[in-house]
Design a binder for this molecule. Structure first.
Ligand SMILES: C[S@@+](CC[C@H](N)C(=O)[O-])C[C@H]1O[C@@H](n2cnc3c(N)ncnc32)[C@H](O)[C@@H]1O
Length: 281
């Protein structure tokens, strides 16, 4: 049965827009209808309940069908096309919804996830001294990267404050890595643009299951290009996405950063397949 709740609260217009797109992408039966107030005037909008949003993530993570995958991608492509502050705001809110009751993806339980993690870690050269993971979620990759490369400093970036809290908690609980891992709550572009101290210093940038959210065309290029400034001259980007998405996403990434794929592997686990690409100058 569908659940409709009404509430009156202050919020920018992006929520209704993102919410309506999400409603199309998920299940229009579960809607929260909000009337927003304050400096934006009164507007009535629609946003999907957080529990419903978490399902988008679960679809993306495990056993997704071609249809739900397309809907998921279309939804996030729509969000990415919103004007910049609105798209950042909507993304942060959506991912906070997904992380509302812990991690939405079965990182600990799924053999697909653990296989992906193992391949990702082994795709990162051990000599790396500075590693950045964009879209680090609850920090599972950060922890392993830091444990494997014991001289490396590792920085995780995520647009969701809840994901960052989970990641910080995970890292704090592991004294072997805690002094070498930082988690930064911001989006890809802001991080790359503001961290002048890292420009030309990053040996490896990890982009795993995150490019789906950065749109396409100019929107994608504008968000991704600043990452190129972080890379050391012999730096590498390690990208991991589902086999269905990787050809387009990894080509888009290589073009935006002016890099060339030096290796590309397709790996299957638990009935799903992912591609891991290493890109360099
Ligand atoms: C599917 S999870 C991937 C987690 C991890 N990288 C992995 O491979 O298991 C995507 C993560 O990217 C984050 N994210 C989405 N858009 C982002 C952006 N524009 N900037 C930074 N993080 C973003 C989300 O909050 C989420 O934690």
């Amino acid at each position: 049965m569908s659940t409709v709740r009404w509430s009156l609260e202050r919020q920018p217009f992006a929520a209704p827009v993102g919410g309506m797109a999400a409603a199309g992408a998920t299940n229009a039966g579960w809607l929260i209808v909000r009337a927003s107030g304050g400096g934006y005037g009164y507007r009535v909008g629609v946003s999907v309940a957080q529990a419903r949003m978490a399902r988008v993530g679960r679809w993306a993570a495990a056993g997704e069908s071609a249809v739900t995958r397309r809907l998921h991608r279309a939804f996030f492509a729509t969000v990415a096309r919103l004007p910049r502050p609105a798209s950042r705001w909507a993304q942060a809110r959506i991912f906070n919804g997904l992380f509302a009751s812990g991690t939405p993806w079965p990182y600990a339980e799924s053999s697909y996830e653990s296989t992906k993690r193992d391949h990702l870690i082994s795709g990162v050269p051990e000599r790396a001294r500075m590693i950045v993971e964009v879209g680090c979620a609850d920090g599972h990759n950060l922890e392993l990267l830091a444990a494997r490369s014991t001289d490396a400093r590792v920085i995780g970036v995520d647009i969701s404050s809840r994901a960052c809290s989970l990641a910080r908690g995970r890292i704090r609980a592991n004294p072997e890595v805690s002094s070498r891992v930082d988690v930064v709550h911001t989006d890809t572009t802001t991080f790359a643009g503001r961290r002048h101290d890292l420009h030309g210093c990053v040996d490896v940038i990890v982009l795993s299951e995150v490019l789906y959210y950065l749109g396409s065309g100019r929107v994608f290029a504008d968000q991704v290009k600043p990452l190129g400034r972080l890379l050391a001259p012999d730096g590498q980007v390690v990208a991991v996405h589902t086999c269905a998405d990787a050809p387009a996403l990894h080509t888009r990434l290589a073009n935006a950063l002016g890099l060339t794929p030096t290796s590309e592997n397709e790996i299957s686990a638990d009935g799903q397949a992912f591609t891991i690409s290493v890109l360099s100058r």
